[in-house]
Design a protein around this ligand. Structure first.
Ligand code: RB5
Length: 150
C-alpha cells in the first residue's frame, strides 16, 4: 500500500521510526511531515495527510503530533476521513475492522517507538469487516454529510 505520513515537531523522531518500519513491512511511504524539532502547527500537517488519502494519492495515512489528539481533530474535519488516535494495538486493530479508519494518529510524547510499531503493524494488517459495521460507518458518514441521521 501507499501510506501518507505527516507530523509536527512533537513527533518527528517517532515519524522516522515509523517510516522505516512501514517500509520494512513492504509499503511505500510518502512523507508529508516535518523532519526537525522546529515548531510548526499540527492542523496543516494533518490536512496534508488527509488530502493525500481523500485524493487517492495514498491508501491510508499516519498522522503524528505530541499527543496525536490535535492532528486527529484536524484530519477528522476533512470529509471522508475517519482518523483514530491510538496508544495501544487493540483499538488500532478494531478501528480498521469495525470503523474502517483511514488515518491512524499517535502521540510522539505518548508512545515509544516499539509500542508505536506494534500499533502500526496491527492497524495495517487489519481489514475492514463490512456487514453490520458498514451500516454503522455509513451512519457516521451520513452525520458528516447531513448533520443528522434519517
Ligand atoms: C505541540 O506542542 C502540541 O500541542 C501538539 O504536538 C499536539 O500534541 C497537539 O495536540
Amino acid at each position: 500500500m501507499k501510506i501518507a505520513i505527516g507530523n509536527d515537531h512533537g513527533a518527528y523522531e517517532l515519524k522516522f521510526e515509523i517510516m522505516k518500519y512501514v517500509e520494512e513491512l513492504g509499503h511505500e511511504v510518502i512523507n508529508f511531515g516535518v523532519d526537525s524539532a522546529e515548531s510548526v502547527d499540527y492542523p496543516a500537517q494533518g490536512l496534508k495527510v488527509a488530502n493525500a488519502v481523500i485524493s487517492g494519492e495514498a491508501d491510508l495515512g499516519i498522522a503524528l503530533c505530541g499527543t496525536g489528539v490535535g492532528i486527529s481533530m484536524a484530519c477528522n474535519k476533512v470529509k471522508g476521513i475517519r482518523a483514530v488516535v491510538c496508544s495501544e494495538p487493540f483499538s488500532a486493530k478494531m478501528s480498521r475492522e469495525h470503523n474502517n479508519a483511514n488515518i491512524l494518529c499517535m502521540g510522539g510524547r505518548v508512545v515509544g517507538p516499539e509500542l508505536g510499531k506494534m500499533i502500526v503493524k496491527e492497524w495495517l494488517n487489519a481489514e475492514f469487516q463490512g456487514g453490520r459495521h458498514q451500516r454503522r460507518v455509513n451512519q457516521i458518514m451520513e452525520i458528516e454529510e447531513t448533520g443528522t441521521l434519517k
